[in-house]
Design a protein around this ligand. Structure first.
Ligand code: PGA
Length: 250
């Protein structure tokens, strides 16, 4: 089963008008890619980044959101609904990033609501899951992943618009990247478990991407792994050399 690679650049809460202009100009060196490439700027910068790419680059770079609301439009101060994103030409969002879970108390139930709302509204959803260091060290990695999958995908029947990002928390922003063996093992477990939850056809077409200290130096080894279908990149996506990571996924 051939799966199209997916590469995401998660800018998190970073960027100024000036730094984004310089960065996006550098990314425009990529004239074509066999991967699906999304940039996830802050909500405030979505329109700016869309504008900076312009129509010529819509074929390579798309712009996504880092988060979506559990609700539709209405009296929900500070929220951004799926409806608003679609209206602004955004068709993809991250959901369940560990920073959202950790700092903004997003439970598995909240993550499940967001996954369902996003998919029901026709958005592509990148669902982030992954274990902490202590969970890994006490041998709980698979249990944690399994629980996150079961709860986030409760009542979700169609995974065709879903991408799963395996992001071990201990690797995010630490410079400690998972080894290709560690990443492959977790990705294979996720694929196998999704096969149990759905079926082998669903699991073999599901894209499972790796995130956590991906750099131009380590991406080439990681992408060789059978079950790694691309990357979700934080820190290294804020540098012009992010294009090398995009190029690795061909
Ligand atoms: P990092 O972040 O590449 O800076 O480790 C990845 C992520 O949080 O998506």
């Amino acid at each position: 089963m051939s799966r199209k690679y997916f590469v995401g650049g998660n800018f998190k809460c970073n960027g100024t008008k000036e730094s984004l202009e310089t960065l996006i100009e550098a990314f425009k060196k990529v004239k074509s890619s066999n991967s699906e490439v999304y940039i996830f700027p802050s909500a405030l910068h979505i329109s700016l980044v869309q504008e900076l790419f312009g129509n010529n680059h819509a074929g390579v770079f798309k712009v996504g959101s880092q988060n979506i609301s559990c609700t539709g439009n209405g009296a929900f101060t500070g929220e951004i609904s799926c409806e608003m994103l679609k209206d602004m030409g955004v068709d993809c969002s991250l959901v369940g990033h560990s920073e959202r879970r950790q700092y903004y108390s997003e439970t598995d139930q909240v993550v499940n609501t967001k996954v369902k709302r996003g998919l029901e509204n026709g958005l592509k959803i990148v669902l982030c899951i992954g274990e902490s260091l202590s969970e890994r060290e006490t041998g709980k990695t698979n249990d944690v992943i399994q629980k996150q999958l079961v709860e986030a995908l409760k009542d979700v029947t169609d995974l065709s618009n879903l991408v799963i990002a395996y992001e071990p928390i201990w690797a995010i922003g630490t410079g400690v990247v998972a080894t290709p063996e560690q990443a492959q093992e977790a990705h294979a477990f996720i694929r196998e478990y999704v096969s149990k939850m759905y079926n082998s056809q669903v699991s073999s077409s599901l894209r499972i991407i790796y995130g956590g200290s991906v750099t131009p130096d380590n991406c080439n080894e990681l992408i060789k792994c059978t079950d790694i279908d691309g990357f979700l990149v934080g820190g290294a996506s804020l540098k012009p050399t992010f294009v090398n990571i995009i190029d690795s996924a061909q």
